[in-house]
Design a protein around this ligand. Sequence first.
Ligand code: TRP
Length: 338
Amino acid sequence: MSTAPRLFSGMQPSADSLQIGNYIGALLQWREMQVTNDAIFCVVDLHALTVPQDPKLLAEQTRKTAAQYIAAGIDPEKSILFVQSHVPAHSQLAWILNTITGFGEASRMTQFKDKAARSGTDSASVGLFAYPTLMAADILLYDTVVVPVGDDQKQHVELTRDLAGRFNSRFGETFVVPEAVIMKETARIYDLQNPTAKMSKSAASDAGVVWMLDEPAVTAKKIKSAVTDDDREIRFDRGAKPGVSNLLTILSAFTDEPVPVLEESFVGKGYGDLKTTVADAVVATFEPMRTRALELLEDPAELDRILGNNAERALAIAQPKLETVYDRVGLLRRPRSR
Ligand code: TRP
């Protein structure tokens, strides 16, 4: 038995390829955290269904997301990397948690309010409303201690803590109360063409978004065409020099050099030098990852074997927990036929 703290995090299969923002904002940090934690990473396909999806695309993106995580260094032997819908206990526990969650409590979730306002409350689904209780089930099934998330998910982890405590006091000690670890905010990456907007898959133009699965020449071209400014000084200043600052942030993440050290190294050099250096660093990291991801995607049998094994490892933890919960709330165990 491992004594390292149990860590759980999830990512939606909502794009064909991960972009620099996901890579630095989540993946890079998860890869480091898996070394010292007993880590479980979940591709949350059931969560993706809370907004309309094209079925064929969802299936493809689920595979592609898993392949890129493996390619980028999530180790599917040391850690567990699995697809949420492969472990039915997630939906089953979510239902139980729905029954102890207040309607008002769920209505206060700011992400729900934002998303519902965007789509119009009438077309927001009950699934979207219940998104946070499914996330709580993800976390609580595994006796999770550490939940690395972006700032926007903090309120969902707070709800998870409340639900764990509530269940424990009503039905007896069952769940570990988890702790959110907010991932580094310095990791915020902006669109290369519009460096005051977050880099996002929904950007108006693809030119400002760098994808892990882009061909190396495309990546280099996008970086070399990044918007900068009219003076020539390479210095970090988000307000006055958003484009240059963004390039420095990216370079810092890909080289592990602090921004001030980088600033120093570019004294007397031009934006062309900066862009070339950034392009080389990103390509050097992404090219082998792209190659490995494409290899996995060309051999779906191998990818499925990995995902199948990992789902079984997850199930071995989740199923006994679900059975305890069923017992505690008074659901009869299914009699096995002889
Ligand atoms: N809601 C998270 C996000 O959008 C993804 C997620 C689902 C998750 N289940 C989780 C994150 C459990 C941490 C733990 O980023």
